[in-house]
Design a protein around this ligand. Structure first.
Ligand code: ACO
Length: 381
């Protein structure tokens, strides 16, 4: 059985930067609070649809791998913020890339979507179904963020990254992983307002209410990422000292510090982007991986650990072995269209639209949201 080596990588970060000071212009919050509780100083706000970010990251990853779009056999689009539900988003990326011979599927496990996608694509390569695959982690959270809820709106940002996997006889790529889910706690992180439970019942798509038990998620995230890492390392026959680089999900600096401590991996080995990008959900791990490569932190033959955690509450960790090449074979000239507005203007646009709607539709949505909140976990959509 062959392995699935990572041979290409690319990211696409939208240029508009939203600082903590920007957030403090409309929220009762401070730079001090956000930095001390989360480690975040700024995040990006996209001025384009998610598939456009994903396509730019993907074109860069294909160029890096030296793989023509027409030779691509599978696109896996990891995200929980699709531009549209039908058609799926992977097919949208396929059209932009011109990857006419590829299968195309979306994977949604919230923040772990890229990592679950990596497992899926690796398995399909290892079993000979396809010879190569593009795995994308992308998130466009800003349009459906409840911006006036300070408990959540300071935490998230937009971004995208992608990797190319290719069949290899060498023992490379994902060597072992563990996938899990604390479904009993699925209600601790929930975005009401998106999904068929709300369709045609007076709630506008994306007009969201976030249920978010930060402290409970924090504890479960640390436990889940550590347990998954232990199991993945055992399956790979490795110990924490074998890990050269920790590339964790970036939900909170304190979560990463706790995971590193319990997993017995020094923080110097951790790749951190949380300060500059916040939590980009499915995009955090691939963006951190691409930045580690750009900074020369991934050495030939390196062993990486990528613990992740997301809504569901899904959890996972992957042990990844890098090949001999740590530099791109080529570069792509594609880029996003120029930015004509600031991040704060984009966010204030979303806020104004929400305020306008809640004024004109006051009372209409409340019963639907209340009913959804009261729904027991087992039957909740
Ligand atoms: N600015 C100022 N004050 C705030 C803000 C804010 N943005 N948000 C909350 N507060 C207040 C609260 O109202 C509370 O005030 P009170 O004591 O008067 O009631 C106080 O700050 C303390 O709030 P806590 O919830 O105790 O703060 P905590 O130290 O737990 O940090 C945080 C909150 C950052 C959300 C943390 O719990 C966390 O990171 N949890 C996990 C987050 C996470 O995983 N997010 C990603 C979810 S998706 C995924 O990636 C898994």
């Amino acid at each position: 059985m062959s392995y699935a080596a990572i041979t290409g990588w690319g990211k696409c970060m939208p240029p508009a930067i939203l600082s903590n000071a920007d957030l403090a212009t409309f929220l009762d919050t401070t730079d001090d609070w956000i930095v001390s509780r989360t480690g975040m100083r700024e995040r990006r706000i996209s001025h384009v649809p998610a598939t456009d970010m994903a396509a730019v990251a993907s074109a860069r990853a294909l160029a890096c791998a030296g793989l023509a779009a027409g030779d691509l056999q599978l696109i896996v689009y990891g995200s929980c913020s699709y531009d549209e539900q039908v058609p799926n988003s992977a097919s949208g990326v396929q059209v932009i890339l011109g990857a006419h011979n590829a299968g195309a599927m979306d994977v949604n496990t919230a923040c772990t979507s890229f990592l679950y996608g990596l497992s899926s694509a690796t398995a399909l390569i290892r079993t000979g179904v396809v010879k190569n695959a593009l795995v994308i982690g992308v998130e466009l959270i800003s349009p459906y963020m409840d911006w006036d809820n300070r408990n959540v709106s300071v935490l998230f940002g937009d971004g995208a990254a992608a990797v190319v996997l290719q069949a290899s006889d060498e023992k490379l790529g994902v060597l072992a992983e563990h996938l899990g889910c604390y479904a009993d706690a699925r209600q601790t992180l929930r975005v009401r307002g998106m999904g068929c439970a709300y369709a045609n019942r007076g709630v506008r798509y994306g007009d969201t209410r976030w249920d978010f038990d930060g402290q409970e998620i924090f504890k479960k995230a640390v436990k889940g990422m550590c347990q998954a890492s232990d199991i993945a390392l055992q399956k790979a026959g490795l110990t924490p000292t074998d890990i050269d680089l920790l590339v964790p999900h970036q939900a909170n600096l304190r979560i990463i510090e706790s995971v590193a401590k319990y997993a017995k991996i020094p923080m110097e080995k951790a790749v951190l982007t949380v300060e500059r990008y916040g939590n980009m959900s499915a995009a955090t791990v691939p963006v951190a991986l691409v930045e580690a490569l750009e900074e020369g932190r991934v050495k030939p033959g390196a062993t990486l650990l990528t613990p992740g955690f997301g809504g569901g509450l899904t959890l996972c960790s992957h042990v990844i072995r890098w090949g001999s090449r740590v530099t791109p074979l080529g570069a792509s000239s594609v880029d996003l269209p120029p930015l004509t507005t600031t991040a704060l203007e984009l966010v204030n646009g979303y806020r104004a639209e929400r305020a306008r709607r809640s004024e004109s539709e006051a009372g209409l949505q409340a019963p639907v949201f209340a009913e959804a909140a009261a729904r027991p976990p087992a039957s909740a959509a």
